[in-house]
Design a protein around this ligand. Structure first.
Ligand SMILES: [Fe+2]
Length: 387
């Protein structure tokens, strides 16, 4: 019997080479007269956003650009950007960039319109809106933020906290694979692994809303990501591989937006928040170890997913053994992609682990979805294995 579930996603998705430079046509009436754009200096500096800006200018829009987004975006950026959007009289918000820019754009669209206090919006379902029309244009294939109702912000004490509400799902997601052709190999690799983790954790999530749509999308996402990640890393200009990665990342985003992620992300957040390791790499560092820990409880799910990424694992019949092999192969994949494979390699020492384990336990929003209950001692043991 199919259990009850609900499924939300972005109102509209456009997938097309060059679509970012045709935003005015795709967005139509969403923009209003005075769109407000949220991005980072790297994107502006390398000219990636030029096509989009020129298109909006040619179409007569009065734009304002906030370009100060940082990785692991601190709360003050939300406040700064919201103030600037209100001063501009923003009629819409465009997030252009990696997950951080998209996450900030979501909150600016909310706070500049609803007058809500960010402190009342944290958590699940507390942000009410209304928000300004919102368009999101990802430049990495990883977070899937363009189709998730989630914004993750870093607080003063390095805690990562989320606002999760359907009101944050954008009106329009623009997927333009050409924007990702210039991504460096290590960014392609780390963000790609992040997307794979979204699919794996979404598929095996203990969430009461784990549902057949998410599971179907997660499998398709893993096929696309697993088949194309090495090509995208080693042949960066391969448009087919880049398109497949961007589509896979979006499908994984749709999956976990409705069947949320779990302990890989919970244990990754203290690595990113405290040591400023990029989100995808933080996930990659703990991924095999969390999967090995979960395997006795999630063997059937991992065994189902494994051959979609590593076809050679179809010959391993016993689900527990196949689940363990899946964890091992994901670790090997990260190595082949050139990612660091131990916490030590990113500057973490054994003395750091107890605080990280304690911080990971604060991610109750995520830990409740894990196939196996995680205690602080378990988290510490996983970090020790990953050291
Ligand atoms: Fe993630």
């Amino acid at each position: 019997m199919i259990g009850a579930f609900s499924f939300n996603t972005s109102h509209r998705v456009v997938f097309e080479n060059g679509s970012a430079g045709a935003l005015s046509r795709h967005a139509d009436s969403l923009l209003g007269d005075r769109p407000f754009i949220v991005t980072d200096k790297g994107i502006v500096g390398c000219g990636l956003i030029d096509g989009c800006l020129e298109d909006l200018k040619a179409a007569g829009y009065q734009t304002a650009l906030y370009e100060d987004v940082l990785a692991d975006p601190p709360r003050r950026l939300v406040e700064e950007a919201t103030k600037m959007a209100m001063k501009h009289g923003a009629t819409s918000v465009i997030g252009f960039g990696g997950g951080s820019s998209l996450d900030i754009a979501k909150l600016v669209a909310l706070l500049a319109s609803s007058g809500e206090d960010l402190d009342d919006a944290w958590g699940i379902g507390n942000a009410k809106g209304p928000r300004l029309p919102l368009m999101l244009i990802p430049t990495t294939a990883g977070t899937g933020s363009e189709v998730t109702p989630i914004s993750i912000i870093t607080l003063e004490d390095d805690e990562k906290r989320g606002v999760v509400s359907p009101i944050l799902l954008p009106d329009l997601a623009i997927l333009d694979p050409l924007l990702t052709l210039g991504l460096p190999a290590h960014v392609t690799a780390a963000t790609g692994i992040d997307a794979m983790v979204h699919a794996i954790e979404g598929y095996a999530s203990k969430s009461a809303n784990n549902n057949p749509v998410s599971r179907t999308l997660a499998v398709e996402a893993l096929k696309l990501l697993g088949t194309n990640i090495e090509t995208a890393v080693f042949e960066p200009k391969n448009e087919d591989a880049r398109g497949a990665m961007l589509l896979g990342s979006m499908l994984a985003g749709m999956a976990f937006a409705n069947s949320p992620v779990a302990a890989v992300h919970a244990l990754a957040y203290p690595i990113g928040g405290t040591f400023h390791v990029p989100h995808g790499l933080s996930n990659a560092l703990v991924l095999p170890h969390v999967l090995r820990f979960n395997a006795p409880y999630a063997a059937a799910d991992y065994a189902t997913l494994a051959p979609h990424v590593f076809p050679e694992l179809s010959v391993v019949d016993e689900p527990g053994a196949r689940a363990q092999a899946f964890a091992d192969e994901l670790g090997h994949l990260s190595n082949r992609l050139g990612l660091q494979s131990t916490l030590r390699e990113v500057g973490i020492t054994s003395a750091d682990l107890p605080k990280m384990a304690s911080d990971a336990m604060k991610q109750t929003r995520l830990l409740v979805n894990n196939p196996r209950p995680v205690t602080e001692a378990d988290a510490l043991a996983i970090y020790e294995a990953a050291l």
